[in-house]
Design a protein around this ligand. Structure first.
Ligand code: AMP
Length: 346
């Protein structure tokens, strides 16, 4: 006779399995083994996250300050945020003007830099933006693609069997080229921006058909789908390929939408916004880093990943570049998580 507790345990396991399977589209058995405590990565080794995107020298102007040529880029922010949770492998391209101290900054924080390609004689991507008084709206002042313009990502051999992959903001063709080199990833999630909706829609549609999840902000979700309502837009994204969408709504938090679940998470209130650059990338890095660290996609993990993403985005904006991240540790993020829990629990 099976006890009611045992029966509930088996049913719970079954639904966790179905949920993961439905979202990833790949066979769970390839990646995980079971024990009584739930899903465990094979050999109990911490899963790593592969991040592909941009590394940049940013020039940022806010209503009160200006910084020139500071470390930025979608992969830089996403990787650093994710590395609070799991080992990270970064793939990006830089020029000869790249500073070795930035590579050291990555490696000291658990980011493998074997995939940082330095183009001899090339110049690193430069981006410059100016924030308006409300610190939310920004204007791109200048974009110098430089080596990013011809970026053909080359995944080092050891990265190709990555299970968890985040395609940080960049040309959709870069994401497609990276996917071609992967050997059976379980979860591929991409970020995007309005620029690609405007100039690379065909590539973006091709990319959408190959990924499990899409992270984007509310205006981009509306533009992508032609819908006015965020939830309707999220559901329409599910018809374009992804199994889930995470839609960020700035100071109104974020929403996760899949065929099976909808989760909403408020924003963590930040009093001292210094520079919003990289908030979206850091959100995605925290979200994906936590999922990779847990090795599953059940509802509790997704909700906590949304919270960690929110906290990472909030911490990022408290300083320029990666400055604030360099001052903190995982335990401080977890302290914020407790504060957040008290604020949001009802
Ligand atoms: P976020 O504030 O999260 O939108 O990210 C800002 C970062 O994205 C900056 O550090 C920029 O260097 C980087 N970025 C801006 N435009 C692009 C682009 N077209 N492709 C890749 N990265 C970009």
């Amino acid at each position: 006779m099976i006890s009611p507790q045992r029966c509930a345990f088996i049913i719970g396991k079954f639904f966790r399995f179905v949920n993961y399977f439905a979202l990833s589209g790949y066979c769970l058995q390839e990646i995980f083994c079971y024990n009584a405590t739930g899903h465990l990565p094979l050999n109990n080794q911490l899963m790593s996250l592969l991040v592909i995107g941009s590394a940049a020298f940013d020039t940022i102007e806010t209503p009160t300050a200006k910084r020139e040529n500071i470390l930025g880029g979608s992969a830089a922010f996403a990787s650093y945020a994710a590395s609070f949770f799991c080992p990270v492998n970064i793939v990006c391209v830089v020029g000869e003007d790249w500073k070795q101290e930035y590579t050291a900054l990555f490696t000291q924080h658990g980011i493998n830099t074997a995939g940082v390609e330095i183009v001899p004689g090339g110049k690193t991507f430069r981006w410059s933006g100016k924030y308006r008084e409300n610190m939310n709206d920004r204007d791109t002042l200048d974009t110098e693609l430089n080596v990013l313009g011809n970026f053909q990502p080359k995944l080092p051999e050891e990265y190709r069997r990555a299970q968890f992959v985040f395609l940080a903001n960049g040309a959709p063709s870069t994401g497609l080229a990276a996917i071609d080199q992967l050997e059976g990833a379980s979860l591929i999630v991409a970020d995007t921006m309005d620029l690609w909706l405007n100039i690379a829609r065909q590539d973006l549609d091709a990319l959408l058909s190959k990924i499990s999840g899409l992270i984007l902000n509310d205006s981009e979700a509306k533009q992508l789908t032609g819908e006015r309502n965020v939830i309707t837009a999220g559901k329409k994204i599910l018809t374009m390929g992804p199994k889930f969408a995470v839609i960020k709504k700035g100071e109104h938090g974020s929403v996760f939408i899949s065929e099976y679940e909808t989760y909403v998470i408020p924003a963590f209130p930040i009093e001292n916004v210094v520079d919003p650059t990289g908030a979206g990338d850091s959100f995605a890095g925290g979200f994906m880093g936590y999922i990779a660290s847990q090795g599953n996609l059940d509802g509790e993990t997704i909700k906590k990943a949304l919270v960690y993403g929110t906290l990472a985005g909030g911490l990022c904006v408290e300083g320029f570049s990666l400055d604030r991240f360099q001052e903190i540790s995982r335990s401080e993020i977890d302290k914020r998580l407790e504060q957040f829990r008290k604020m949001a629990a009802f």
